[in-house]
Design a protein around this ligand. Sequence first.
Ligand code: DP6
Length: 322
Amino acid sequence: MKFEAQAPSNIALIKYMGKTDTNENHPCNASLSYTLKNLNSTVQIELIHDQSLLETKWEPLIGFNFELNEKAQVRFIRHFESLCKQFGISGRYVLRSANNFPAACGLASSASSFAALTKAAGLLLREVKGVALSNEKMSQLSQKGSGSSCRSFFDEWALWKDLGAIPLELPFTDLFHDVITVDTGVKEISSSEAHKRVISSLNFVGRPERANKRLDVLIKTFQDKNWQSAYETVWAEFWDMHSLFETSQPSFGYITEKSVKALNLCRDFWRREEDGPLVTMDAGPNVHLLWRNDQIQKRIRLREMMQSRGLKLWCTDLKDHH
Ligand code: DP6
């Protein structure tokens, strides 16, 4: 028996950074994300009946050139086993997964892969126990595997306050997503490690309040259809998170010279055009852009400008990633 599910990635505009409970991934503050429908993970769960398999294992999905390091495999299997335990399901399984976006593009894939794993486990539960889980319930379960994955169960905007995310309707829909791929290597400090370290920053005092306040402001700004104010709030938010990294003990950072160059070009673009994309960064050096669907010409102009300055901009709705 095989169960297969897909889930998209998401990009947070108000960031989840810092946990009140590491085991259950309870966030210190609420976060808001936009679902990236073109960046998907697929997970397949196969029940193995014979004795050839002693314990549940992970392997890449057949036909995909995809790898997970040992630590990531253990984490993936542990999440699945914890779901099986909660569902009262036994057996040995092969878990297969892959992303439809290049592994080397430097994008975090834990959100989409854990969401897809939870969805596939939901299919297994339906088959074995006849129980169907809602998206909200699956979001809550997925949070325990990887916090940000709980926001990947909804089509566009997702709001995560404490236990699981919920969908949110905002006036901006059908956005386009680009990534300025500054560095595609594996990062030294994982986001799970970053969550632990930021608590040591003196700037963490007041951070949950700041993020929650910014969330209220951003939602209101979107409701008022004020794109420029949204850009300013989103910009301040990622700098707030990155300044926590830089002021942690020991300090660490992801922003490189190339990231700064890309950010400055985005800001110059906004100044000149009095319009532009929302700009944000995750726990990595790459820069994410979100555009309204009436900004196609501006998007092309920015892409050309980046390319002429030696920066690669990947439009994630297009197949070629460079
Ligand atoms: C910077 O969800 O990867 O992307 O819960 O430990 O798996 P774990 O962390 P993870 O953290 C993501 C952090 C972030 C911001 C965000 O997506 O909100």
